[in-house]
Every structure is written in C-alpha cells, then in structure tokens.
Design a protein around this ligand. Sequence first.
Ligand code: 8YV
Length: 332
Amino acid sequence: ADPRPRVWVSQPLFGDVIARLREHFDVRTVDTITQHSPQDIAQALGDVDGALVTLNDRIGAAEIAGASRLRVIANVGVGYNNLDLPALTQAGILASNTPDVLTQTTADFGWALMMAAARRISEAERWLRDGHWQQWNFETLLGGDVHGSTLGILGMGRIGQAIARRAAGFDMRVRYHNRSRLPVEVEQACAAHYVDFDTLLAQSDHLMLVLPYTPANHHLIDAAALARMPAHATLTNIARGGVVDEDALADALANGRLAAAGLDVFEGEPAINPRLLALRNAVLTPHIASGSLATRRAMVALAVDNLTAALGFGPAAGKPPSLLNPGARAAS
Ligand code: 8YV
C-alpha cells in the first residue's frame, strides 16, 4: 500500500493539473462527473487526509463525522456556500477557496450577461435562427442602453470591484451596496458611490448581483425588492441562485415590471424553474461565469496548491495561499 497521505478529488478536473498531487499523495479520482450523495461523500472522506471538491459537493457536519484523518478541504471556486465552515473549523479541518484567479474572467462574464439582457442578444439570435427575419425593420428587438446609464453592484468584493472598473469605458455612473462601505481610496479607484440597499434598487438601470450567498442573503431579491427597481431595469445574477426569489423574478419579467434578466446561477441548478425557461426576456447560462479555459485551469491549480500546502508539502508548506479558516489550526 502507498504510505503517503491520501487525497480524494471529487470530480474529473484537468488531469494534468491534478497529476501534480501525485508527487506527494496517494490520489483517488472519479472517472465521470458525479452527483455524490451525502453518504458517498462521507464514505470518500472517511479515509483520506485531504479532498479537492467543487460546488456540487456539500460538506457539513454529517459528511465529516467519520473523517478521522481529514485535515483539509480545498474548494474549487471562490464561493464556498457548499461548505459548512463553522463545522469544519470546529473539527480542526482547514478549508480553502480559489479567489483572485477568477476575478477578471467572472467580471467579463457579468458584463456579457448584462449586455445580452439589455440588448436582447439571446432573444434576437433565437428569433433569427427561427427564420423570423424576413425584412429589416427599424423597430425590431429594441433594447435598453447600457452606456451612460447607472450600474448598480450588490456585493463589492473583488469581482464587484472589477465589474465597476469596467464601467468607466461605458460612461456609466456606478452605485454599490455592500455589508460594509469600502475605503475611500477603493471607492475612488472604482469610481463607485456607496448607497443603501433600497437606494441601489431604485437607482440602478442595470443591477448586478455579486455577493456571497449566506442565510441572511437568501431571497434578498424578492417581490418587494423587485418592486423598488425601475421597470426599464435589468437584473444580472452571477452570485448564487438562492439570492433571488425566482418566482417573484418570473412575475416581474412576465408583467413588464422588469425589462430583462441575465442569470448564470439558479436556486435548484441544474434544474431550472420552468417559468424562467418560458420567458424570452431572461438570458440563461449554465453557471459558466468563471469558465474560460485559462481561469478554470488556474482555479484547479490554486486548489492543488492549497491542498498540498495544507498537508505540509510544496513551496508553501503549512501556509495554504487561500485559507478560509485559520482558526481550525487551534481546534486541531
Ligand atoms: C465555479 C463559482 O465554477 O467560484 C465560484 O464561486 O461559482 C464558479 O466559479 C464553481 O464554484 C466550481 O466549483
């Protein structure tokens, strides 16, 4: 038997990047994309020292209950609502995510989705492909303007700031709301003004959701919030589906109380609310905001670095570059 520490990689990720783990560890992989049951996860974690997981893998107290050797969970993704961080910390298990490497790619996609929603790009392409373009018409598929309008950003972390900086080229005003107001230098660098939540809703021509998903943010964008937005506004969600009450959103889009939505994330993904599927003014993409080849590779590489360092190997031994819970060390 291989005496080295054991590592479980929950999904097939870039094989050549994952191969770096084999320098130090006995690596267990899966051959195909798998929706692991909680029992399967518990079993897989039961006899390994570390695991590399993705947003599909929910890890809480039950999954780690029998994981006596487990020392680290390296999440591929900046969002880590799939992890019960307090439970991991209490059990002395380190957790890491993959910030920074995906910031610019994800900001690009937020813009693409917002512009597609505002200018009706998906709808127009569907219309063209369906053979409706018989004659050029001045009034075909008119949208709303992006340039010169007000961009609202809910959640002004690294990705929110990268989105804000792009707005300068479009002569937009930028308003943001965040748990805490940013330092003035950062606001100035982004040319963004802090407003309260209700003001953000009321003033945004294009509202972008880029906040972490926490219990407090569940259905933050509900019927009441949507009612505060201008009817000509668009809503773009690249955060997590659970931030939005999808039925309330479908109502607003169907009744003309919101112009359009761009959604990359869904509450029950990969299942999609059928009401959203039926709406022509919703642009829907399958959670691909961080999905450039280079960025997805960089995310896996960072997760590999985190895992390797957490288990005491490699150049950063003992210092995982993006550790989420330093407090876990005290518990272990
Ligand atoms: C990932 C994401 O694709 O980083 C995130 O939070 O949602 C995406 O970039 C996903 O987390 C992969 O596990």
